[in-house]
Design a protein around this ligand. Structure first.
Ligand code: BTN
Length: 320
């Protein structure tokens, strides 16, 4: 009901609509409408009331509420269901619980803040309230589990494209999936999977985009190594619009890999790569070495030319 009231207000944004008209439309009392309006105002919607003219929506809160996200959604599959938290430990944890309980493919989980945001290799991820996009997407692909790790490269390409289209900022991808701008990290991606030997139950793709964090707001240890879109461009970015663009790009990449395989997107990944051609240090699971990053193979593994020949890196930390 609250969504329907909001929808009507939105359809006349900036103009009045009478309580009577809303009540008639939704077949409820004017008192019920008034209560919904009061709740919407409490959530942060700017609604002016006039005794004779009714209500007018003048502004919406900078929150990734399901109603807000859905009002700008351009994707069909991703964002079918939007689950929103003001604070949670990690959207990936919430998404995994929802997926295990049968959530439909395309469900997304967003939180204004994460109090235990998780990164790759058991690291934390800084996720302050309403300053970024802390997002997890549930997928249920038909491909075999061994292909899942490539989703992370695919996501990096999709998010890089979305950022470029929405802000004009061209970023680079550090293998496998960190998105960088001028040597500082802007986006992190953490993909998790639940599978049987031969079938994927679900994949959760976690994406953290630093959007409106002022450079000085990063903790001391991140100051020199992290950045945000606002810090780069000098402008505050509309988070829900960027989220909508990310979902469009990710959906189109996902449909492409389901239909035609990974080759095309892996080639696109190469055009955004800031790792290929560079001297790298690799801290792998059981060894550390250096060499020149030459290419990625069809599994998304990094091929590093060393003194002892070509090493194939499937997981680990690569520094440039
Ligand atoms: C990394 O930098 O190593 C990956 C960071 C991934 C962060 C995102 S934010 C949304 C989702 N929830 C998490 O706890 N992590 C991912």
């Amino acid at each position: 009901m609250r969504s329907s009231v909001l929808k009507l207000l939105r359809s006349r944004a900036g103009n009045y609509i009478s309580g009577e008209e809303i009540a008639k439309h939704l077949n409820v009392s004017r008192t019920a409408i008034w209560k919904h309006i009061r709740e919407l105002k409490q959530t942060g919607y700017e609604i002016v009331s006039h005794a004779k003219r009714g209500y007018a929506l003048m502004g919406t809160p900078d929150l990734l509420l399901p109603n807000e996200v859905k009002s700008v959604l351009k994707s069909d599959l991703l964002g079918k269901e939007v689950v929103h938290f003001f604070d949670t430990d990690s959207t990936n944890n919430e998404a995994k619980k929802l997926a295990a309980d049968g959530a439909v493919e395309g469900t997304i989980v967003v939180s204004e803040a994460q109090n235990s945001g998780r990164g790759r290799l058991s690291r934390g991820f800084f996720s302050p309230a309403s300053k970024g996009i802390w997002l997890s997407v549930i997928l249920r692909p038909s491909f075999a589990p061994q292909h899942a790790s490539k989703c992370t490269l695919v996501t990096a390409v999709a998010v890089t494209k979305a950022i470029e289209k929405f802000t004009g900022i061209r970023c680079g991808i550090k293998w496998p999936n960190d998105i960088f701008y001028e040597g500082k990290k802007l986006v992190g991606i953490l993909t998790e999977m639940n599978a049987e030997m031969d079938a994927v139950n679900y994949i959760v793709i976690g994406i953290g985009i630093n959007v409106n964090i002022a450079q000085a707001e990063f903790p001391e240890e991140l100051q020199r190594i992290a950045t945000s879109l606002q810090a780069i461009s000098g402008n505050a970015i509309e988070r829900k619009e960027l989220l909508s663009q990310v979902l469009v790009e990710l959906e189109s990449a996902y449909l492409e890999i389901l239909k035609n395989g990974f080759l095309h997107i892996l080639n696109e990944w190469k055009t955004y790569s800031i790792t290929l051609g560079q001297a790298v240090n690799v801290i792998g699971i059981d060894q550390t070495f250096s060499g020149i990053a030459k290419d990625i193979d069809e599994d998304g593994a990094l091929l590093v030319e060393t003194e002892n020949g070509v090493e194939r890196v499937l997981a680990g930390d690569v520094s440039i």
